[in-house]
Structures are given as structure tokens and as C-alpha cells.
Design a protein around this ligand. Sequence first.
Ligand SMILES: CC(C)(COP(=O)(O)OP(=O)(O)OC[C@H]1O[C@@H](n2cnc3c(N)ncnc32)[C@H](O)[C@@H]1OP(=O)(O)O)[C@@H](O)C(=O)NCCC(=O)NCCS
Ligand SMILES: [Zn+2]
Length: 322
Amino acid sequence: MQPNLNKAELVQELKTLGVLEGDHLAVAMALKSVGKVEGGAATFVEALLEAVGPGGTVMMNTFTPDFALSEIKVQNYIYHRKTSPSTTGIVSEVLRNHPAAVRSFHPSISVSAIGYHADTLTRDHDEKAPLYQPYSTLAEINGKMCFIGIGDNLVAIRHQAQYLAGLLQSVPMKKGVKYCDEEGNQKIFVHGDCAGCTRRLPELVPKMIRQGILKEGNIGNARALIGNADQILSYMTTVLKEHPEVNLCDSPFCLWCRELEKSLGPEVKSGQPGFLQRRGLSGMFFRIQHRVRMRKYENGIHVMPYVKKFLRYPLSVLKSSS
Ligand SMILES: CC(C)(COP(=O)(O)OP(=O)(O)OC[C@H]1O[C@@H](n2cnc3c(N)ncnc32)[C@H](O)[C@@H]1OP(=O)(O)O)[C@@H](O)C(=O)NCCC(=O)NCCS
Ligand SMILES: [Zn+2]
């Protein structure tokens, strides 16, 4: 275990990894994997800002909850751009609260950025924009992606690649959330681009390392990956467009992959569905559970959330009276 990393050491490690002054850098990370950082997440944010310098930019995902279509109305959660905390790690939450941070307007897949291109990366990212649009903008401004301590999961940008390859649009699963717009009006946001399954996408990473698209290094104890956003996005989009079957996992319980498989049609040889899914009774079981679970994401009325709410009511009355 590496002892207390301070800001200067972090800056040095970021530079050794390949971060340059003037870089426009999107970072996705797990702080715990780095080891002990003096001053915690706040130090990490300062180190990132120092590494890219005043002419550079740091962007992080500051995602927030969204829900299956049928559950949006029964949820008490309402998203507020200024106050709703990020669910994508403590460093992203500290960055979001930085006085210089700008958060994009998207009600569930927002990003926050500080620096030279903070406005460029966030201003058009609202409820009408593609969910992961800032990653295409990052590619356009020749930005970089850095992944720290999260294995071969090229989070977020992989979904923009799925979107650009047309895969997200092929799967009819709807999600959304209640949110307060900039004028304070409560609205409902619904989208049909449910983030795709990612179980198999780490398989692309060793190939991207071999081709020089990604470079490996370390930040503290964590393995880190860095690469040009445009190259990562182009590579993943091309592979997924030409061979969408590489995205298909083999879990019979994966709604997203099984729906994608249907839309790709029989000419795409995926090797799916598995043996159990094809056979008599077990096949019927998987088809029924799939249909039942899909209803939550479709327009059909799904009664379970209302039943659950109804059942919770007498319990909450009992609790408050005891
Ligand atoms: C989910 C995820 C954030 C979890 O990583 P994590 O390291 O466990 O969590 P955080 O980055 O929030 O850091 C909090 C942890 O840092 C640790 N920590 C606290 N102070 C610390 C310090 N000074 N130095 C180092 N670590 C510290 C804590 O142990 C805490 O873990 P705990 O809550 O289990 O005690 C990470 O795995 C991940 O996926 N990151 C990418 C997120 C993303 O962009 N997702 C997009 C999906 S498409
Ligand atoms: Zn899957």
C-alpha cells in the first residue's frame, strides 16, 4: 500500500501517465483504488486541474438516478441540476461542487466540467440531446479520456459508441426521471436510449492497447488507461457498427442483449440464445420472464409499483403511530 499521496505526487503521476498541459481531459475513476490520498477527493480534483493547467479542461460524469418508464411517477425523487448529488464517485461530486464547475443540463446523464472548454462540453447537453453527447464533443475538441482504477471499463464513452453505432436506438427500453427545469417547473423526462449492456466491451481494451489507442500506467496503486477520445470513440463505434454481435452477452436474464438480438435478426450469428433458452419448458420460462420484466420499460401500464406503494402505506402509518 503506497503511503499518503499528496497533490504534487499526483500531478507528477498524471503527467507520467500522459496528461499534458492544455489537455481537455474526461476522467472516470475509483478513488479507493488509488490508495491513501492526502486531503482525499478535493486534492485529487486540484491535482487534475493543475496537471491540465489554465488552458485545459477537466470533465467528469455527474450522473443521477433514472427509472424504468412505469416507475417514474411513483418515485419521490426529483432531479435538481444545482443540488442533486452525483452518483458516479466522490471525486466527481467534489468537482461538481467546485465554484468554477459547470454542470450540463441533462436530467440524468449530466457531466460537470472546469476550465477552458467547460462551456463547450456542457452547454448543448440538455434533455433533447443524445444522452452521452459530451463524449462526441470531447472527441471534436481533441480531448482525452482517462480511466483510473476501474479495470477495462471505458465507462460512458462506450455508451456514446453504442449510440453512434445505432445499438441503443434498436432496443425498446424506456427510462426517465422527474426533474425541475431551469425556471423551476417540474417536468418528466423520458428517453428510449437505455444504456446498453457492457459485459463484453472490456474485451476490446487489449486490442486498443495493442493498436496504441490506449496507453496503460498507474496512479498510486490504481491501474490507469489514457487515450484520445476521438480514437477511442471511432474504434468502438466502427467495431459495434460492423460487428454488433460482439456486444451481446450470453446471460438469458439480460433484457438489453436479448432485445438487441431480436432487432439484429437471424442473419447476425451471435451464438445466442443459449441452449436453455431454445429448449421447450426452459425456453418458455425465459420468454415469459423476459416479457414480464420488459413491461416496466414499455408504454403498457405496469401495476407493480402502485401495488408496492399501496402495501407500503399501511406500514408507514403503523411505524409513525408506534
Ligand atoms: C462506482 C465507483 C465510483 C466506486 O469507486 P470507489 O473508489 O469505491 O468510490 P469513490 O471514488 O466514490 O471513492 C470513495 C471511496 O474512497 C475511499 N477514500 C476516502 N478517503 C480517501 C482518501 N483520502 N484517499 C483514498 N481513498 C479514500 C473511501 O474508502 C471510499 O470508499 P467507501 O465508501 O467504500 O469507504 C467506481 O468504481 C466507478 O465506477 N467510477 C466511474 C464512475 C462513472 O463515471 N460511471 C459511469 C457509468 S457509464
Ligand atoms: Zn447483456
